[in-house]
Design a protein around this ligand. Structure first.
Ligand code: 5GP
Length: 205
């Protein structure tokens, strides 16, 4: 069986990765979402095992020590990481997996999974980005300023990605990502075993 595709959706803080990812998952229920582990406290309405696996610092460090994370990164004072086992098992079962992670983690995933599909979500403008970071309304002024300067630095990392998607409108951005995934499934390399099998069957007949 063909392995599934690993899709890594990343981009600067506040660009709307979370929203785009959840709308995309509704449009593509066959896409399996990897739930991350984090040391950040749950926000209102967030559910353990659905939004994140919420961990203490000690538990998170233990996961790192056990090599249970595919990647991890520190982001504005908290740790975030992708549980390795789930991703590897799901890909092996032939299903596509999507990670919605910040840029440092995405670069680490690229080292381990160079065949992954790396999608960089871009804000339509810097003003819009600032508004989105502020508009979340749950963060302190310090955190907002911190996130804004991180976001500007993060924009430089676009060159490591396969695709850039402008998040001017959520549905349009999701359609672009869906098109990327469909096109990636049509890459000729994926069909070589199929064609080889067909040729062998013809020759045998
Ligand atoms: P938030 O605290 O707003 O849920 O997420 C903060 C940032 O952490 C977002 O940019 C999100 O994409 C990123 N993030 C979520 N899970 C992971 C993960 O497993 N690994 C990494 N590297 N970043 C993550």
């Amino acid at each position: 069986m063909d392995k599934g595709l690993l899709i890594v959706l990343s981009g600067p803080s506040g660009v709307g990765k979370g929203t785009v990812c959840s709308v995309l998952r509704n449009k593509m229920p066959e896409l399996i979402y990897s739930v991350s582990a984090t040391t950040r406290l749950p926000r209102q309405g967030e559910v353990e095992g659905v939004n994140y696996f919420f961990k203490s610092k000690e538990q998170f460090q233990d996961m790192i020590a056990r090599d249970a994370l595919l990647e991890h990164a520190e982001y504005v004072g908290n740790y975030y990481g992708t549980p390795r086992d789930f991703v590897e098992r799901t890909l092996a079962s032939g299903k596509d997996v999507i990670l919605e992670i910040e840029v440092q983690g995405a670069l680490k995933v690229k080292q381990k999974f160079p065949d992954g599909i790396f999608v960089f979500l871009l804000p339509p403008s810097l003003d819009e980005l600032k508004q989105r970071i502020t508009g979340r309304g749950t963060e302190s002024l310090d955190t907002i300023n911190n996130r804004m300067s991180v976001a500007v630095e993060e924009m430089n990392l676009l060159r490591h990605y396969d695709y850039a998607v402008l998040n001017d409108e959520i549905d349009a951005a999701c359609d672009r990502i869906r098109s990327i995934i469909i096109a990636e499934h049509c890459r000729r390399e994926r069909f070589l075993p199929y064609v080889t099998g067909m040729k062998a069957a013809i020759e045998k007949a």
